[in-house]
Design a protein around this ligand. Sequence first.
Ligand code: DGL
Length: 279
Amino acid sequence: MNEDKLEPLRKRPIGVFDSGVGGLTVAKEIMRQIPNESIIYFGDTARVPYGSKSRETVTRFSRQIVHFLQAHDVKTIVIACNTASACALEELEKECDIPMIGVVKPGARAAAEVTRNGRIGVIATEATIGSQIYSHYIKELAPNATIYGKACPLFVPLVEEGLWQDPVTEEIARRYLMELIDCDIDTLILGCTHYPLIRSTVGNIMGERVTLVNPAYETAKELKRMLGQKGLLNREAPELGSNQYQFFVSDAAEKFKQFANSIIKYGILSAKKVNIEEY
Ligand code: DGL
């Protein structure tokens, strides 16, 4: 595509979505790594959690959000949710005429590069673990690796309640992680975008020998590379007052705003509630 046609495309926002607040860990990394970009974030706070739902339901929800983001003229979509990446990315990619990336592939790639003993743990929602998607991608890159998956369904509500460094979270984490410690893993993927918020609790239990992989960081890196390759990186920072970061949710906008401000520390002024069933 020639330069004249690319310029207006570059200025379009990046669409980012998750079942709720977890994707903010990805949005934060995008803001840090590619600060010239604008973001439209959607958190499906009315229908969280996705992790205990079926593939069909998660795909239907994700499709509606993709339609919402497309209606806002985004130049690309980041599925900032492991569960939606595992259940819906492959199908939605085929339906969409703009590039789309998920969080699973970048996380799997990083883990395959980092491991020394080939024993990799994945903690994630029930749906992500059930899909075996991390195992699939890691084995493409490191066929001899052994992957140990552990669903940690209580982590999402604990994170959403703000109990990031609470004794309750520590006790539950210890129970979940014990079997991974016994598997002698040297790498652990935080396979749910909520989990980086309890990274220090998980890290303390796993010990220094285990490298934690945060797919949020890897995804922002991959996004930057992909946009650069397509000539779609915004060259200048958006003008002041241009509403660079916009947040939308399907319910409880005020609660989301407060939570988002505690993660992003950017001064999010509002989160708008939309009826996602209309899309
Ligand atoms: N943040 C979502 C993920 O990365 C999980 C939260 C949920 O269960 O909705 O999988």
